[in-house]
Design a protein around this ligand. Structure first.
Ligand code: P6P
Length: 341
């Protein structure tokens, strides 16, 4: 029987997990909770009202924004600005960071990085999507303007990270460095209940997630690893199963629960892969590590990569520790000529 405790109560109860926080981080979680409930409502009625379809505007990546991308971004922005604990926000949907550093937000000490609705191209086909967020303490002087340096911090400096998965049920999963905890949304009363305390990623698994449509472009090491996954070997549970939803949060969440590896390698026309370091790879990498998993770019620990640009991309290998390490072994054995991993 899981404890009947809501996310809000749990965050307050675990206040000691938020180092040096004087209730501000729990207020930030309140904003994330509220915006997530609003996005949940819109996603669940998206098929009923004319909210689906491209909004016509493109985001910084040149990807056509779905209306719900824009909607979700606006809701998280509004919720954060209203509370005054966040002095700035960087989003996949915004070219540069947004400063809230005036009025009641002036001098607040946290910044938020977010992908408000990852995998949104799946919305039209009714497949799960997700929000991914990351929170840092700002490093620029509290009495000055928010700076780009506040956002370009390595993942090992995060104070909180999490995701919301809008799937068969809506769940919020987070870490503040003391384990990973999952909460399931009950829309009938509008609360997130603690449902998965201290989540653990199995050390091993038999699921691999990768877009094999790009096979011809993959580095040799990835091709060798896929061959390894597909060989017959009952000893090591092979051949593995291929599962690729096209929604990072969904593949990540399933692999965390069942064991598995998600890979988005780099290749010739995507020299740094596709996924963004700051608001996709870092938050999920911290959650992976906090639950016993691993996350690298094929060589380096994701959380130690020093960012240079807000929207920079990195190759991504994340999930069960032994699977990530096996993939890295193949990458080392077959270093790609153009350094892709
Ligand atoms: P591809 C969605 O656009 C996303 O960022 C992830 O959620 C997903 O895993 C990946 O890209 C899918 O990319 O190139 O395989 O379609």
């Amino acid at each position: 029987m899981s404890k009947l405790i809501t996310l809000g109560e749990y965050v307050i109860h675990k206040q000691q997990d938020f180092p040096h926080a004087t209730g501000e981080l729990s207020q930030i979680f309140g904003a994330i909770r509220l915006a997530s409930k609003i996005v949940h409502r819109e996603i669940n009625k998206a098929g009923l009202v004319d909210i689906i379809g491209a909004s016509g505007s493109d985001n910084v990546q040149g990807e056509q924004q779905q209306k719900l991308d824009v909607y979700a971004n606006e809701k998280f922005k509004a919720a954060m600005e209203a509370r005054g604990q966040i002095c700035g926000m960087a989003s996949e949907e915004e070219d540069s960071f947004i400063s809230f550093n005036e009025g009641h937000s002036k001098g607040s000490k946290y910044v938020l990085l977010i992908d408000p609705l990852d995998g949104s191209s799946n919305i039209d086909v009714n497949v799960s999507v997700g929000t991914i967020f990351s929170i840092y303490r700002r490093i620029s002087p509290l009495d000055g303007p928010v700076q780009l340096e506040d956002f370009l911090q390595p993942g090992n400096k995060q104070v909180a990270a999490g995701y919301v998965i809008f799937g068969s049920s809506t769940m919020l999963v987070y870490t503040t460095g003391n384990g990973v905890h999952g909460f399931t949304f009950d829309p009938s009363i509008g609360v997130f209940y603690l449902s998965h305390e201290n989540m653990r990623t199995p050390e091993d698994g038999k699921i691999y997630s990768i877009n094999e449509g790009n096979y011809i472009k993959f580095p040799q090491g990835v091709k060798q690893y896929l061959k390894y996954c597909q060989e017959m070997d009952p000893e090591t549970n092979r051949p593995y199963t291929s599962r690729y939803i096209g929604s990072l949060v969904s593949d990540f969440h399933r692999n965390m629960i069942k064991g598995g590896i998600y890979m988005y390698p780099s290749y010739a026309n995507a020299p740094n892969g596709k996924l963004r370091l700051l608001y996709e790879c870092n938050p999920l990498a911290w959650i992976a590590e906090q639950s016993g998993g691993k996350a690298t770019d094929g060589r380096r620990r994701i959380l130690d990569i020093e960012p240079t640009e807000l929207h920079q991309r990195v190759p991504y290998y994340v999930g069960s520790k032994n699977m990530v390490e096996k993939a890295e072994e193949f990458l080392r054995k077959c270093p790609d000529l153009n350094g892709a991993s």
